[in-house]
Design a binder for this molecule. Structure first.
Ligand SMILES: C[S@@+](CC[C@H](N)C(=O)[O-])C[C@H]1O[C@@H](n2cnc3c(N)ncnc32)[C@H](O)[C@@H]1O
Length: 208
C-alpha cells in the first residue's frame, strides 16, 4: 500500500480541525504519516508502540515527511497499550493493524474509551476476516467489529473505506465514537453541496 492508500482509508474519519490523537501500535508509522497528512498544523500525535526500534524508524520517517511543511507535533512512547497509558482526554485514537494482536479486546477498548474526550473518536483499521494466522492472530471482520464496538459502549461504527489485500481479502477502516459519531466530520461536510455546485444545479434547473 502507498501513502495515498493509507490517507484514503482514514480521510473521512479525521475532522479537519486541530486535535490531539494517539496512534496505538503505530509501528513504523505508515498510518501515523497518513494521520499527519489529514490533521492541521497545531495538532499532536502521540505514537505508542512496545517496539522501540519501530518507533525509531517512525521518528526518522516523520522527520523526512515533515521537511519543508507544517505538520502535527509527534511524540513517541514505548508502552504496552493493553496497560494504563495515562493519556487523554484525546480527540481521536487510531488503531491500525494493532487490535488484532489482542485476544480479549474488551479491556483495551474500555481503556480507549476512557482516553477519549467528549467528541473523541476511534478509527480501527483491520483485515476484514475472522480467521487469524501466525502474523494476524485475532483479526475481526467489520461485522464482528460492529458487535464488539457496541458491546464496548461505542456507537454504531461507520465503514469509512476498504482496500483490497492479497494477504487477507481486504482491509477496512471504521469510525466509532463512544456516543455515536458527533460533530461535523469531513464526510458530512463533503455531503453538503458547495455554493458553486448549487449555482451549477440551479442553472441546470435542478434543486439541491
Ligand atoms: C502490524 S504492526 C502495524 C503498525 C502500523 N500501525 C501499521 O498499520 O503500519 C502492529 C504494531 O503493533 C504493535 N503492538 C502490538 N501489540 C501491542 C501492544 N500491546 N502494545 C503496544 N504495541 C503493540 C507492534 O509492536 C507493531 O509495531
Amino acid at each position: 500500500m502507498r501513502h495515498a492508500d493509507h490517507v484514503r482509508l482514514l480521510r473521512d474519519g479525521v475532522p479537519g480541525r486541530r486535535g490531539t490523537w494517539a496512534d496505538l501500535g503505530a509501528g513504523q508509522g505508515a498510518f501515523t504519516l497518513a494521520l499527519a497528512d489529514l490533521l492541521p498544523d497545531g495538532s499532536t500525535i502521540q505514537a505508542v508502540d512496545r517496539d522501540r526500534g519501530a518507533l525509531d524508524v517512525l521518528r526518522a520517517r516523520y522527520a523526512a515527511f515533515a521537511r519543508g511543511r507544517a505538520v502535527p507535533d509527534l511524540r513517541t512512547t514505548v508502552a504496552d497499550f493493553t496497560r494504563d497509558l495515562a493519556i487523554g482526554p484525546l480527540d481521536g485514537v487510531l488503531m491500525a493493524n494493532s487490535l488484532h494482536f489482542v485476544k480479549d479486546k474488551a479491556p483495551v477498548l474500555a481503556r480507549v474509551r476512557a482516553m477519549l474526550g467528549p467528541d473523541g473518536r476511534l478509527i480501527v483499521v483491520e483485515y476484514d476476516t475472522d480467521s487469524g494466522n501466525a502474523w494476524v492472530p485475532h483479526p475481526l471482520s467489520f461485522d464482528t467489529w460492529r458487535g464488539v464496538a457496541l458491546a464496548a459502549g461505542f456507537g454504531e461504527p461507520r465503514l469509512l473505506a476498504t482496500h483490497p489485500s492479497r494477504f487477507l481479502r481486504r482491509i477496512y477502516a471504521a469510525l466509532s465514537a463512544p456516543h455515536g459519531v458527533s460533530g461535523t466530520d469531513r464526510a458530512t461536510v463533503s455531503a453538503i453541496p458547495s455554493l458553486g455546485e448549487r449555482l451549477e444545479a440551479r442553472r441546470a434547473g435542478a434543486r439541491l
